[in-house]
Design a protein around this ligand. Structure first.
Ligand SMILES: Cc1cc2nc3c(=O)[nH]c(=O)nc-3n(C[C@H](O)[C@H](O)[C@H](O)COP(=O)(O)OP(=O)(O)OC[C@H]3O[C@@H](n4cnc5c(N)ncnc54)[C@H](O)[C@@H]3O)c2cc1C
Ligand code: FES
Length: 268
């Protein structure tokens, strides 16, 4: 049997600086990685370790995989030191991804904060390519400051086919857009009560705020999907590191959960 911990090799074909501590890596794996929107991969920096990252690129371009990575610790800093031409290891894709077929035909509202945009990007790309399969689609994206807005090149392209609303906590010179919480943007939309689903990804506080605001607005937990991040080790349901309080694993049963299927205390 193949060793599930054995990574495939992938060449870094480009590196894009997003912000001071976030870089996007464009990877060409030995063979195409076919994945569902919302799935993640484990990337290893050889000799240092490995970590999970959302695939941020389009599922319709499996031969080139994009991951955007914030440098926070050993593995992510080692990856940030890498350059075009270097080689990393990849395992996966892992996790369930968004239940695209269930969501087809509905209105969709993405709510993302900070690096949470990476967790929903592949699904936005899916909708971008299959636009006629969905009703109205909105992306609400918030960051602390305008200069921290990531994957701007995607945001610009997406505007052609979906409604994109941006907000910042603190404006900088030249910013003419909205200032305030990403959840405030919900008040601008005139959404139907039914026939709409929400997809959340971002920092724990944002997820909590967005979830409770949507519930207060009358939406059911079964209309809200969340892509969760937890510390992981194996990525394949063996080590127990990413277990939620009801025994589900974020790596295997998630990272995308419908909010009526997990305890409210895990929605963060
Ligand atoms: C499904 C999934 C998708 C992810 N996608 C992305 C992505 O697209 N881009 C990205 O930059 N990061 C993403 N992350 C988070 C990323 O995996 C962690 O930042 C990474 O594991 C840190 O590894 P490290 O060795 O650099 O840091 P470590 O030395 O392991 O940790 C540094 C600090 O980060 C904290 N930390 C580690 N992992 C996590 C985590 N999962 N959530 C919150 N805090 C954590 C640690 O507690 C510690 O305080 C994702 C995580 C998951 C579970
Ligand atoms: S990371 Fe090992 S069980 Fe999820």
């Amino acid at each position: 049997m193949l060793n599930p911990y054995m990574p495939r090799l992938a060449h870094i074909v480009d590196v894009v600086d997003e912000t001071r501590d976030v870089k996007t890596f464009i990877l060409r794996p030995e063979s195409a990685i076919r994945f569902e929107p919302g799935q993640f991969i484990m990337i290893s920096a050889f000799g240092v370790g490995e970590a999970p990252f959302a695939i941020a690129s389009s599922p319709f371009r499996p031969e080139l995989i994009e991951v955007s990575i914030r440098a926070v610790g050993n593995v992510t800093r080692a990856l940030h030191r890498m350059e075009k031409g270097d080689v990393v290891g990849i395992r996966g894709p892992y996790g369930n991804g968004f239940p695209v077929d269930q969501i087809k035909g509905h209105n969709v509202v993405f709510i993302a904060g900070g690096t949470g945009i990476f967790g929903i990007s592949s699904f936005v790309w899916y909708i971008f390519e299959k636009r006629d399969d969905f009703s109205d689609v909105y992306l609400l994206y918030g960051v602390r400051r305008p200069s921290l807005m990531m994957r701007r090149y995607d945001l610009e392209k997406w505007r052609d086919r979906i409604e994109v609303f941006l907000t910042v906590d603190v404006p900088e010179p030249g910013w003419n857009g909205h200032v305030g919480l990403v959840t405030d943007l919900l008040d601008r939309l005139s959404l139907p009560r039914h026939d709409v689903v929400f997809a959340l990804c971002g920092p724990p506080l944002m997820i909590k705020f967005a979830y409770y605001k949507l519930r207060k607005m009358g939406y059911g937990a079964d209309q809200i999907f969340v892509s969760l991040e937890r510390n992981m080790k194996c990525g394949i349901g063996k080590c127990g590191r990413c277990m939620l309080s009801n025994g589900l694993y974020v790596c295997k049963d998630g990272p995308v959960f419908r909010c009526d299927q997990i305890p409210e205390r895990d929605i963060e």
